[in-house]
Design a binder for this molecule. Structure first.
Ligand code: PLP
Length: 453
């Protein structure tokens, strides 16, 4: 059965009849019908009508090496023929997760040398949550089990992921939550900085909120702080430079573990292999997924620091945790080749030295001055555009995010895939974008902004 035998209307009807989509209002979807993407190449995706759309989101922040990489398909094919599956439970292993772990240990911060695999970022965060609690129990301090996170954080959509995350609707009591997780203010200067407050002071105040939460719970009861280096799904909220060093200092002072969620920021997006490196941090856990395989296979890797690993090994006792697909041979083979491509093509350095600065400059020069833009932000190849009705007062458009959704639709019609989060437009393109691609994207953003004004 191939999709070419069906019309768009037929595909949409089948989709509506049988397919429940993630993060979707299904009543709304039925009325509008879904856009069906059928193929992709380089930086573009194509829909059923053959329309070419520049993918400003790298799928969902993941296709860092771009689409149509034959060698990733070939390596998956070869691995499937040789060994499609075997587990790494019960004292077994297979070669590709072994090689990948070695590679990730080389690329991670120097204190991070162990890897635990899953299939998604959410699973990796479930692992991280259980692992840090397991660690403190092994250390004889099981009561040190609280986690501090932030409002607007996104850490996945399993029960642990949503409990760690700080997104409004996902915390509805209806769903239940993992206990002992607190949320503090995010370092979101655009909305939370006080009049007259400097960026530096705002960063310190946002970090102080973490220390206040630790003191309130009692440091003896707090296991870890978890944060995305740059909040992604919450709207590319980039903390002031003062924030992370202060968080690091606070965590060390109170003997609280530092958990970084680099599901978006890992594998080159910020112009470093991991944002931890760019920020000078040595976290106890780093959650990664997405660009680990550039989205060609579902795979996540929780990178585990020496402090936790040492205790696991020295104290022993089983960590009752794992997934059938932990260390999946095919996914790990694809990840290895994906990392090889990133290395061979110097994509991390390109973002750091060329396209990252160019992207930031282009947003500032070409987008920031537009009449309905309140602020632009960029960090590596992550970007945000705050949409406002009034540039001076920063008053938002009425309808809580509907203006941004309209803008997103205009952008797609004009050939650029962007995402709307509340009143913020976000971009996270493949790392293969060049200066020309960035210029093309900016042309399309300006056209969409003009239409929405
Ligand atoms: N953590 C962060 C920072 C993410 O952005 C995401 C997904 O966007 C996740 C975790 C969850 O990853 P997944 O959707 O693969 O479960």
């Amino acid at each position: 059965m191939t999709y070419q035998n069906f019309s768009l209307a037929q595909l949409q009807a089948m989709d509506a009849a049988h397919h429940l989509h993630p993060f979707t209002d299904h009543k709304d979807l039925r009325a509008a019908g879904s856009r069906i993407i059928t193929r992709a190449s380089g930086p573009y995706v194509y829909d059923t009508e053959g329309r070419e759309i520049l993918d400003g989101m790298a799928g969902l922040w993941c296709v860092n090496v771009g689409y149509g990489r034959d060698e990733l398909a070939e390596v998956a094919y070869e691995q499937m023929k040789e060994l499609p599956y075997y587990n790494s439970f019960f004292r077994c292993s297979t070669p590709t997760p072994v090689l990948l772990s070695q590679k990730l240990a080389e690329r991670a911060p120097k204190n991070v040398n162990q890897v635990f695999y899953g299939s998604s970022g959410s699973e990796a965060n479930d692992t991280a949550l259980r692992l840090v609690r397991h660690y403190w129990a092994l250390e004889g301090r099981p009561q040190k089990n609280r986690i501090i996170s932030r409002h607007w954080a996104y850490h996945g959509s399993t029960v642990a992921g949503t409990s760690l995350g700080g997104m409004g609707g996902m915390h509805d009591q209806l769903y239940g939550a993992v206990p002992n997780i607190a949320h503090v203010m995010p370092p979101y200067a655009f909305e939370l900085r006080r009049p007259g407050e400097s960026d530096h002071d705002f960063g310190l105040r946002a970090a102080q909120a973490v220390e206040d939460a630790i003191l309130e719970a009692g440091a003896d009861n707090v296991a870890a702080f978890i944060g995305e280096p740059v909040m992604g799904a919450g709207g590319v909220k980039i903390p002031p430079e003062s924030y992370w060093p202060e968080i690091d200092r606070i965590c060390k002072k109170h003997d609280v573990l530092l958990m970084l969620d680099e599901v978006i920021t890992g594998y080159g997006r910020t112009g470093a292999w991991f944002a931890a490196e760019r920020l000078g941090l040595e976290p106890d856990t780093i959650t990664t997924a997405k660009a680990l395989t550039s989205g060609y296979q579902p795979l996540s890797a929780l990178l585990v620091g020496d402090r936790i690993a040492k205790t696991l090994v020295e104290k022993g006792g089983e960590f009752y945790h794992g997934y059938t697909y932990s260390g999946h041979p095919v996914a790990c083979a694809v990840a290895l080749r994906n990392i090889e491509i990133i290395e061979r093509e110097g994509l991390v350095e390109r973002v750091r030295d060329d396209t990252g600065p160019y992207f930031a400059n282009a947003l500032n020069e070409r987008i920031a001055g537009h009449g309905i833009v309140g602020e632009v932000r960029a960090f590596g190849l992550m970007g945000a555009i705050e949409i406002v009705a009034d540039k001076e007062t920063r008053e938002r458009f009425p309808g809580q995010g509907t203006a941004a959704v309209t803008l997103r639709d205009h952008a797609i019609e004009g050939g650029l895939m962007m995402r709307a989060v509340g009143d913020t437009m976000i971009l996270s393109p493949p790392l293969i974008w060049t200066r020309d691609t960035i210029d093309m994207a900016c042309d399309r953003i300006v056209t969409a902004l003009d239409r929405a004004e």
